[in-house]
Design a protein around this ligand. Structure first.
Ligand code: PAF
Length: 286
């Protein structure tokens, strides 16, 4: 595996792969790799001979009161995991390589960014789309892989690719879960032992709603009240949203249907966690 920190040598290495006729896949990450990220590498490998992973804690997507400074960073450990999983090029730039002095232009998301996670994280999706657009321009991959856990992010990236004509296929890979149902997330590392147990309520609530849907309950009101009751039983978890959504627009869906998304965000202690399921789609918890 090559580890590259600067844009120019990365472009040279990728030009060589392209000349050799290789397809290129990009797996963008913030680092603190876990099995969820590594499963994205497996998906990338199915689609391309050259797999590039980016490792960059993007300051632009963290609000002033968020966890940028304490976000887990383990460059050496991440390098070992990426190499063992078969990443060909690890692109690990310093912030001033991606955001040079005087950087002003950003990518503005559509109205969807003001809902759900965007409502509690103003500016977050501008930061995400800006860095992803930059990575797309630097790497020029044929295909890029993102995780379903960040479903609003994936939906906005698909919209950006469509609206700004990036010739890149976007694949959204299913969420990887712990045996007790908790979605893998780098932020799970912040949870105390009791909070880690409480975190199970997120997947419990959305699975209960999915099971009720599978059993014939399609009313959004009924499904949401079932999910809310599950969350309320865990007194120290603060629900931010729990909703049935249209998969294309992420607007609230009045009636649940195959393909609808059930998504949740909640604070467990001081940690904000998110999760979702797509109705009718296979899930690692199934
Ligand atoms: O999902 C993430 O890890 C990040 O938002 C991403 C896509 C790597 C952009 O920084």
């Amino acid at each position: 595996m090559q580890v590259i920190e600067r844009i120019e040598p990365l472009r040279i290495a990728l030009a060589e792969s392209r000349r050799g006729g290789e397809r290129i896949a990009l797996v963008p990450t913030l680092g603190a790799l876990h099995e969820g990220h590594l499963a994205l590498v497996d998906r990338a490998r199915e689609r391309a001979a050259c797999v590039v992973m980016s490792l960059f804690v993007n300051p632009l997507q963290f609000g002033p009161d968020e966890d940028f400074a304490r976000y887990p960073r383990d460059r050496e450990g991440d390098g070992r995991l990426a190499e063992a999983r078969g990443v060909d090029i690890l692109f690990a730039p310093q912030p001033d390589e991606l955001y040079r002095a005087g950087h002003t232009v950003t990518v503005a998301p559509n109205a969807l960014a003001s809902r759900w996670d965007g409502a509690s994280r103003p500016g977050h999706f501008t930061g995400v789309l800006t860095v992803v657009a930059k990575l797309f321009n630097i790497v020029q991959p044929d295909v890029a892989i993102f995780g379903q856990k960040d479903i609003q992010q994936a939906t906005l990236i698909r919209a950006m690719v469509r609206d700004l004509d990036f010739p890149i296929e976007i694949i959204v890979a299913p969420t990887v879960r712990e045996p007790d149902g908790v979605a893998l997330s780098s932020r799970n590392a912040y949870l105390s032992a009791p909070d880690r147990k409480r975190a199970r309520v997120l997947s419990r609530a959305i699975f209960a709603m999915r099971d009720a849907f599978d059993g014939g309950e399609h009313s959004t009101v009924a499904l949401e009240s079932l999910g809310n009751a599950v969350v309320r039983a865990e007194r120290k978890v603060q629900l931010e949203y729990l909703a049935v959504m249209n998969p294309d627009t992420l607007e609230p869906a009045p009636v649940a249907a195959q393909g609808s998304i059930i998504a949740i965000a909640a604070r467990v202690g001081t940690t904000r966690l998110i999760d979702n399921v797509i109705l009718g789609a296979p899930d690692s918890s199934a």
